[in-house]
Design a protein around this ligand. Structure first.
Ligand SMILES: Cc1ncc(COP(=O)(O)O)c(C=O)c1O
Length: 480
């Protein structure tokens, strides 16, 4: 898909007639290298046309060329194209009417709070504890958290009412100081403490975004963000994440045509692909975003988990106007998800507005968690190094096992994060369902897609002990 969209983005709109007919030669060029090893040609062709539609390179209601013309342009048999069109029809992505040709139908973004494929966080979906859980990238806590609990001192806090809607002043100051140390000068007034960064994203999706507003997300992206934006009624526009970053041409076109309410992105240790932008790619992204003046939400939740040892990356907020950017952060990845401490950093006026919304939900985060987080943030450098050493070790072991046990699977080596984004060449929703019935929990690609795409992908966490992965693969092998 990455390669497809890349080629497509360089292609002009020539070859698409005003009545929406796409010429066979144009479609062949847009499709690029669509044939995939290990996938039957009709399925590969249908999948690739579907992807062009999903990311908006082919428009809703565009009319595909005749089967004969496309077969000639692609150098395949007419039967291959006939079957591919049939697959698209079965997926409700193509409508064929006598005399009018075959018209594409863009799938509507899924609505509701979760997608049917979402096996997220087994701990609250009630799966039995004997299941081998490979569905979540969430890490166990660092021992540092224990130490902080042992030194916890409520001090004068017990003498106050304990309600701090914008966050405990000490924690807001600690978060601002951490941003400053990472190269983004920040003040406590720019920080709103949230219950995890999931709440931060949810607040944006329900205050900044109105139902029907368009929001640009990366494709694929963090599934909790998809849940939040869908529940806020946003219409999602997708921009593919390539190995070297976002498809900037498509992003530019979306921003020009749709003027979306905001762009949500993860430039470092992207969940689920692990992609981390180079300084140049980051600058180019900021140029496009800044050129359109669009509100940009940079989710840095996984940014503590970049694995290359080059340290934290320049925040996008550093490269964009102060009132056009918000950063999302958390202690979950670095320290422990059980702390439930996240934050938003942005323009004080915007932060004040978001604080009002948070106040209406919960009046503020738990003081004890906030005190622990404030203490622990002073150990950020040590915690980052501990995570990096552990994750690199587990990454190498996991890759080694998979190369041996699943030679047909491919994945880009992640520059950060906790998971591998694997192209299995198989229907992973079916695989995950089969696996679930045999006590293995997997996260199939469509859960990370605004349009139920990535049907061959799995997001496999690489941090669990090797024994867990081996047990899961053994169980899957027994399924045949
Ligand atoms: C990109 C991203 N944002 C937000 C979150 C939410 O994390 P939490 O609510 O635990 O801070 C996650 C968790 O996986 C994530 O990967």
């Amino acid at each position: 898909m990455a390669r497809l969209a890349h080629d497509a983005a360089r292609t002009q709109n020539g070859g698409v007639a005003s009545d929406g007919r796409v010429e066979a030669a144009t479609l062949a060029r847009l499709l690029g290298e669509w044939a995939r090893s290990g996938t039957a040609l009709p399925h590969a062709l249908a999948g690739s046309i579907g992807e062009l539609l999903t990311v908006g390179v082919l428009a809703d209601r565009a009319v595909l060329p005749s089967q004969r013309a496309l077969a000639a342009a692609l150098g395949v048999s007419r039967g291959t194209v006939t079957e591919a069109y049939e697959i698209l029809r079965a997926n409700e992505q193509l409508l064929t009417r006598r005399g009018a040709g075959s018209e594409l139908r863009r799938p509507r973004p899924l609505t509701g709070t979760s997608s049917p494929s979402d096996g997220r966080l087994a701990s609250f979906t009630g799966h039995d504890s004997s299941a081998v859980d490979l569905s979540s990238g969430a890490l166990p806590g660092l021992p540092l958290v224990h130490d902080a609990i042992a030194r916890l001192d409520l001090g004068a806090e017990l003498g106050t009412d304990g309600y701090h809607p914008a966050g405990l002043p000490r924690l807001r100051a600690a978060i601002a100081a951490q941003h400053t140390a990472d190269g983004l000068p920040s003040e406590p007034a720019q920080i709103l403490v949230t219950n995890g960064s999931q709440q931060a994203v949810w607040l944006l999706a329900h205050t900044i975004v109105d139902p029907g507003d368009e929001v640009v997300v990366e494709e694929p992206t963090y599934r909790g963000a998809l849940e939040a934006f869908r529940s806020g009624g946003a219409t999602l526009l997708a921009v593919p994440v390539r190995d070297d970053g976002l498809d900037l041409d498509l992003l530019d076109r979306h921003l020009t045509r749709h003027r979306p309410r905001l762009v949500y992105c993860q430039p470092a240790a992207h969940n689920p692909t692990g992609t981390t932008l180079s300084p140049l790619a980051r600058r180019e992204l900021a140029d496009v975003l800044g050129g359109h003046g669009v509100l940009t939400v940079e989710d840095t939740s996984s940014a503590d988990l970049v694995l290359d040892g080059l340290g934290t990356r320049t925040a996008l907020a550093h490269l964009l106007p102060a009132d056009r950017t918000l950063s999302v952060g958390t202690t979950s990845k670095l320290l422990w998800g059980g702390l439930r401490i996240g934050w938003l950093r942005g323009d004080p006026a915007l932060i004040a507005r978001l604080t009002e919304a948070k106040k209406a939900i919960d009046l503020g985060a738990a003081v004890i968690d906030q005190l622990l987080a404030a203490d622990l943030l002073s150990h950020t450098a040590r915690a980052r190094e501990q995570r990096r050493v552990m994750l690199l070790d587990h990454l190498h072991r996991t890759e080694e096992i998979l190369r041996r046990r699943r030679p047909g699977w491919t994945w880009p080596s992640p520059a950060g994060g906790t998971g591998l984004w694997i192209d299995t060449g198989e229907d992973t929703l079916a695989m995950a369902e089969r696996a679930r019935r045999h006590g293995v929990l997997l996260a199939a690609g469509p859960a990370f897609s605004a349009f139920n795409g990535f049907g061959h992908h799995l997001r496999l966490p690489f941090w669990p002990p090797a024994a867990r992965l081996i047990e899961a693969l053994d169980r899957l092998d027994r399924l045949g």
